[in-house]
Design a protein around this ligand. Structure first.
Ligand code: PLP
Length: 422
């Protein structure tokens, strides 16, 4: 929604902003916004769950990425968090985009982003989406099979193709069982593309989301070199290397981003040095989005149970859960501890607790394991930070749930950038 043109807009001094945008005062932080909202909601009857997105954090993640990887152009993975304001900020900052469906292509094109700033990175595309990309000038397409080449030759013969080959061992969310061509079939695929009159311009790999071994990036980049040589020998003008996503979130359990970036820079300098004519792009998702959002939930119901042996266990029922913004949690090895917004004595006893979501499905719980929490009450608030990646995008309407509302905190510098960007 253009600023100043929104149905939901309200007057604020000097400019008009939609209601879901919260202009931070000097010295105010997104955490202050969370606490203010908790207070407001606690004073009313409605204690709905809510998310706060800190758009300044998004801008600083972009800066960190650019500084650490100066050779690499980021194409933000829209699938990770497609909130309109997140995309709008990234578009204003000059980021490019990785889209994986017609819906995502439409969302990004509607922001006025040039088609040349988009990679259609899903290697298994419906024909109608390929045609949409062709019609709207999105040329950079990823493939990993002969069947995909046949569809592209028929419906988007002017595409610039990127071959995704497989390399993703040792990541928390591997992708190789679904996507990527094995190295042994790359030559055949490159020849098939040539025979169909298609242009392959580069190669790509995905180490898997939240890669745990920085050296995997280095190895994958080095291993791309034979694919480049193969492509050139077969007659393709190989000029693009897509190192995709998988960058750590830097949250204790993942390797440091700086270490990963150092490995990538070394591998690039060695095999694809500046002046080689090779453009390098990446599709970061987690790295950009994780720290941007906070989800705040309310305890709507509670049950204490005595287990055999007399162990007291607490069941807390929250107003957001597995079918809302927490769907990614069971895939993580350890539960994430919430921040409790309540004055608690340091000597409080802890109990094994299960955190359930609000629906009538017994599987609707935040974690597969129990967590240790103190005795809390119905009406208390729990805050989960680092909720920007693969959270709201995965929520459903199951059991009549509506999506958890999001408001966006923005500092003055970013506000003026957004005001001056068409
Ligand atoms: N690119 C592609 C094709 C992906 O499938 C994904 C994640 O699934 C990403 C980029 C983003 O990965 P991450 O969020 O780990 O950076």
């Amino acid at each position: 929604i253009p600023i100043g043109n929104s149905k939901e807009s309200k007057e604020s001094p000097g400019s008009t902003w939609p209601k879901d945008i919260i202009a931070l005062e000097p010295g105010e932080t997104a955490w202050d916004v969370v606490l203010k909202k908790i207070k407001e909601l606690s004073d009313s009857d409605c204690r709905d769950a809510f998310m706060v997105a800190d758009l300044d954090v998004l801008a600083s993640r972009h800066q960190v990425f650019r500084q650490a990887l100066p050779r690499v152009s980021p194409f933000y993975a829209v699938k990770c968090n497609s909130s309109p304001w997140m995309l709008r900020v990234l578009a204003a900052l000059g980021t490019s985009f990785d889209c994986s469906s017609q819906g995502e292509l439409e969302q990004v094109l509607d922001l006025g982003v040039a088609p040349s700033r988009i990679v259609y990175a899903n290697p298994c595309k419906p024909v109608s989406h390929i045609r949409f990309a062709s019609l709207h000038g999105v040329k950079l397409l990823v493939f990993n099979s002969e069947e995909e080449l046949i569809k592209v030759a028929q419906h988007h013969p002017g595409a610039r193709l990127v071959l995704w080959w497989t390399q993703d061992s040792d990541s928390i969310f591997p992708l190789s069982s679904k996507f990527g061509a094995r190295l042994e079939v790359c030559e055949h695929l490159l020849e098939s593309a040539r025979d169909l009159g298609l242009a392959v311009v580069g190669t790509s790999f995905h180490v898997g989301s939240r890669c745990q071994t920085p050296r995997n990036f280095m190895k994958a980049i080095v291993d791309c070199w034979p694919v480049f040589e193969m492509g050139s020998r077969i007659g393709h003008d190989m000029s693009l290397l897509d190192i995709r996503g998988g960058f750590s979130r830097e949250e204790g359990s993942d390797p440091e981003f700086e270490e990963v970036a150092g490995m990538i820079n070394t591998a690039l300098a060695q095999d694809f040095p500046e002046g080689s004519g090779v453009e390098v792009i990446a599709e970061p998702g987690h790295f950009y989005a994780t720290f941007v959002c906070t989800t705040t939930v309310n305890i709507i119901a509670k049950k204490a149970v005595l287990e055999p042996g007399g162990r007291r266990k607490l069941l807390y029922y929250l107003n957001d859960g597995h079918y809302g913004t927490f769907r990614i949690f069971p895939r993580e090895s350890e539960p994430r501890m919430p921040i409790m917004v309540k004055e608690l004595s340091p000597k409080l006893s802890l109990f094994p607790c299960t955190l359930f979501g609000p629906t009538c499905d017994a599987f609707d719980k935040l974690f597969l394991k129990e967590v240790q929490l103190p005795e809390l009450d119905v009406g208390d608030w729990l805050v989960f930070p680092f909720m920007g990646a693969y959270t709201s995008v995965l929520s459903s309407t199951f059991n009549g749930s509506s999506p958890t509302s999001i408001c966006y905190a923005v500092g003055p510098e970013l506000r003026s950038l957004l005001e001056t960007t068409p």
